[in-house]
Design a protein around this ligand. Structure first.
Ligand code: SF4
Length: 351
């Protein structure tokens, strides 16, 4: 049976929002942030958003959207390292309740999962989507409709998962959605493997950057992320630029994120992720009040079974030493869930 665009959007939304019995959570508090406006709205008013869309689309002709810089012409159907076509491929979209609390709020983070990836880590938890590109190829207009649907059911933001290789499509979709009434922050949920030149195009469009910082060592990056030995240096520069654009995380009076930077760092077994180096770098290079999520949920996925040093979950001790380092280097805005985990494990160890 052929599924048309409308059915795809409807079915995806119903599947993802099955926990929401009513479109608006009964616990939602009234909006009081009349002053706040998404960055892209102001850029449109200045007449600059369409230029950015055009500028971004031109890059498809010699794709350099990410540091892999393949140079393929995606408008002519050529595919580079990420294997992404010209049109966005979407695996799913729905309100997500597993993200950081300032993104989730009462009604969830409006997440759109883009298929394919420019980094392709061997321990990827989303490997069927990122490595195999499972999903449905759609038009930018459909992405815009998804954004509007997520807004209608009360999501607090549009959370763009793995956006780097489809950035031009996202910009175009955002502009289309803006004309249909989109009024939510865009969350750029990225591996962090981003070019400065590309981030500059996003300046004034993205409100919330949420990059990973996966490794601090180029050998580890090359080994686990398809030869991306420049990942640590590239990502450090990218995060500094993101911080320059949006700064420290700001929330509304309900604690829901409106603008700013959230850095994610997944603790890996045997200190593979270089956590001490990471928190030391944040402490020295960014405000100590930068929102940092030190995550404990490493799982052995995809091809990680073939690498003995990462073929197990992390121990309690490995997570606690990561949190201790964050404290030692003076980070003051750690994710509340990671603090709760730390307190729980400390309590269990002392009883
Ligand atoms: S986005 Fe894809 S095609 Fe473009 S440079 Fe990166 S990996 Fe290559």
């Amino acid at each position: 049976m052929k599924i048309n665009r409308r059915d795809f959007i409807k079915n995806s939304l119903l599947m993802g929002s099955s926990l929401l019995l009513s479109p608006i959570s009964p616990y939602a508090k009234p909006e009081k942030e009349e002053q706040w406006r998404p960055a892209y709205e102001k850029l449109e008013e200045e007449g600059k958003l369409s230029q950015r869309v055009q500028q971004a689309y031109t890059i498809f002709e010699h794709c350099q959207l990410c540091p892999r810089r393949c140079g393929v012409n995606r408008k002519k159907g050529e595919k580079g390292f990420c294997r992404a076509p010209l049109r966005p491929v979407i695996f799913n979209f729905h309100p997500h309740f597993g993200e950081e609390m300032p993104l989730v709020g009462d009604n969830g983070s409006g997440t759109i999962f883009f298929s394919n990836c420019n980094l392709r880590c061997i321990f990827c938890q989303n490997w069927p989507i990122s490595h195999e590109g499972r999903g449905k190829e759609i038009q930018d207009e459909d992405v815009a409709d998804m954004m509007i649907s997520l807004q209608k059911i009360g999501c607090h933001n549009i959370n763009l998962v793995t956006p780097t290789h489809v950035m031009p499509n996202i910009l175009n979709a955002t502009r289309i959605a803006l004309k249909k009434g989109l009024h939510l922050p865009l969350v750029y949920n990225t591996s962090g493997y981003e070019r400065l030149e590309i981030l500059k195009i996003l300046d004034g469009i993205v409100d919330i950057y949420m990059p990973d910082m996966k490794y601090m060592d180029s050998d580890q990056a090359a080994k686990y992320s398809a030869g991306a030995s420049d990942y640590p240096e590239v990502t450090k520069k990218a995060i500094m630029e993101m911080n320059r654009q949006v700064g420290e995380l700001k929330t509304d009076n309900r604690g829901i994120a409106l603008r700013g930077l959230i850095i994610r760092h997944l603790v890996m077994p045997n200190r593979v992720a270089g956590t001490e180096k990471f928190v030391r770098w944040v402490s020295a290079s960014l405000p100590k009040s930068t929102y940092v999520n030190i995550m404990a949920q490493y799982r052995v996925e995809y091809k990680a079974f073939n690498y003995p040093e990462i073929s197990r979950g992390i121990s309690v001790q490995e997570f606690l030493e990561a949190m201790d380092w964050a404290e030692k280097y003076g980070l003051t805005n750690l994710d509340p869930q990671s603090i709760a985990n730390r307190n729980f494990y400390r309590f269990r160890q002392s009883n």
